[in-house]
Ligand binder design. Structure first.
Ligand SMILES: Cc1cc2nc3c(=O)[nH]c(=O)nc-3n(C[C@H](O)[C@H](O)[C@H](O)COP(=O)(O)OP(=O)(O)OC[C@H]3O[C@@H](n4cnc5c(N)ncnc54)[C@H](O)[C@@H]3O)c2cc1C
Length: 400
């Protein structure tokens, strides 16, 4: 049986999130956040009060016990409201990495960060990428030494979302590194690391081209001593937990891009219906209609893929129905297609708007700058998604 409908609960969730966001995150507010390079704390608190932060965590750990389809709906709606895709970062990083941290955490980590993060009073992020690169996780240089007090961290991370905000509200990161380099990727371990732990130094805030309302920074770890309770899961499993986090985040990123692209198409349609050229609305020209038809067809196809993949993730976690690598293949497809589709939509709709589209009076340029970040990286570069897809389609023995 194939049933493509959302449950009544999921529909109600979408309506309530949409309604709240329409009042609390207008496009004027998004422009203000983009210009001031910050998201108001009251907005984050509001997301927490609504139960939207860390919503995939079990209720007893401060979350809402939401399934992945519901979490994906939230990501889509946030992308729709905030086309700069800055505020969706707070939501999606915590829904995905918060989930993985919680899954492998001891109670000390939940008390130190997760429960507060779910209320919008702290932040849990992902600190994977290093100055030497982000794609090659097994090539990370961070070292984690097991000692009698717990774990000692040395290394550096960069291009990390939310470092300034996390510092302000005592947040922390999922950090992976080597406890035993000789074992290759099986010698990697993962820890929860509070950003304000002694020995952590914020190295910089990058002056990015988009997603201006949330910081992207770097941090250096020099003899950062963490208690043994901050180890996530088992030693030597850090590489696999990192992949699990990337997987969860990829569906959320893709949904945010779909939401932003939906809004861009809506704004574009409003514009072409009223803008008169050569004595008629632009919408009457078939060249423009074909452009829209092309975007709309791709949009529906990719959106269906995103929700099908969220469903697969639910099946995997609830019933073990799908093999992790099979789900990773679909997640790679989503993360490869959705950001590029969104970028294409912003580019085309912006062109419909002529000179107005090129100004900051028009909101679309924020989206163009924002979704570009997801074409570059942030939860994995496009070529890395292609590596995953081709590996699973062709067979592992054909890996490049
Ligand atoms: C706005 C923003 C926010 C970010 N936030 C975070 C965060 O919160 N936490 C975090 O850990 N990281 C974050 N990142 C980093 C992001 O995850 C990395 O950019 C990404 O993993 C790619 O790493 P890299 O930039 O070092 O590129 P590299 O790994 O150096 O790759 C460079 C290029 O080589 C290509 N490439 C890599 N491997 C292959 C291959 N096998 N075959 C063919 N081509 C290949 C890539 O596609 C890319 O085009 C963020 C990035 C951005 C832009």
């Amino acid at each position: 049986m194939i049933d493509f409908s959302f449950t009544e609960e999921q529909q109600l969730f979408r309506e309530s999130v949409k309604d709240w966001l329409s009042k609390n995150l207008t496009l004027e507010q998004v422009r203000e956040n983009d210009t001031k390079h910050q998201i108001p704390k009251s907005f984050m608190k509001g997301l927490g009060d609504l139960g939207l932060l860390c919503l995939t965590l079990p209720e007893e750990h401060g979350g809402a016990g939401a399934d992945w389809i519901t979490a994906t709906i939230g990501a889509e709606e946030l992308g729709y409201a905030d086309i700069s895709v800055a505020s969706p970062v707070f939501y999606l990083v915590q829904a995905s990495w918060g989930f993985v941290v919680d899954k492998y955490a001891q109670e000390a980590v939940r008390d130190a960060c997760l429960r507060k993060a779910a209320r919008g009073e702290s932040f849990i992020g992902i600190g994977a990428t290093e100055p030497g690169g982000g794609s090659d996780v097994a090539g990370f240089k961070t070292m984690i030494k097991n000692n009698d007090k717990g774990y000692l961290l040395n290394g550096e991370k960069c291009y990390i979302s939310g470092t300034a905000e996390a510092t302000e509200i005592n947040g922390g990161y999922f950090v992976s590194g080597y406890t035993d380099r000789a074992k290759g990727h099986k010698g990697m371990s993962a820890l929860f690391m509070p950003i304000n732990a002694p020995g952590v130094e914020i190295t910089k805030r990058f002056d990015n081209m988009g997603r201006m309302a949330i910081s992207t920074g770097g941090f250096k770890m020099t003899d950062v001593q963490l208690p043994k309770e901050y180890l996530l899961g088992e030693e030597g499993r850090g590489f696999y937990y990192t992949m699990e986090g990337f997987d969860a985040a990829r569906v959320m990123v893709s949904a945010s891009c779909i939401g932003a692209a939906s809004r861009a198409m809506e704004l574009g349609m409003d514009y072409i219906k009223q803008r008169q050229v050569f004595g008629q609305p632009i919408a009457k020209f078939q060249g423009v209609q074909f452009d829209l038809a092309d975007m709309a067809a791709h949009h529906e196809a990719i959106k269906s893929l995103v929700y099908r993949t969220a469903w697969m993730l639910d099946q995997k976690y609830k019933h073990g129905t799908f093999d992790s690598l099979e789900v990773s293949k679909y997640l790679g497809m989503c993360k490869y297609l959705a950001p590029h589709h969104a970028l294409d939509v912003f580019r085309r709709v912006l062109l419909w708007m002529g000179a107005y589209g090129y100004t900051k009076e028009c909101p679309l340029e924020m989206g163009l700058r924002g979704v570009m970040s997801y074409c570059i990286g942030a939860e994995g570069a496009a070529n890395v998604q292609k590596v995953i897809i081709s590996r699973e389609v062709l067979g592992r023995e054909w890996r490049a």
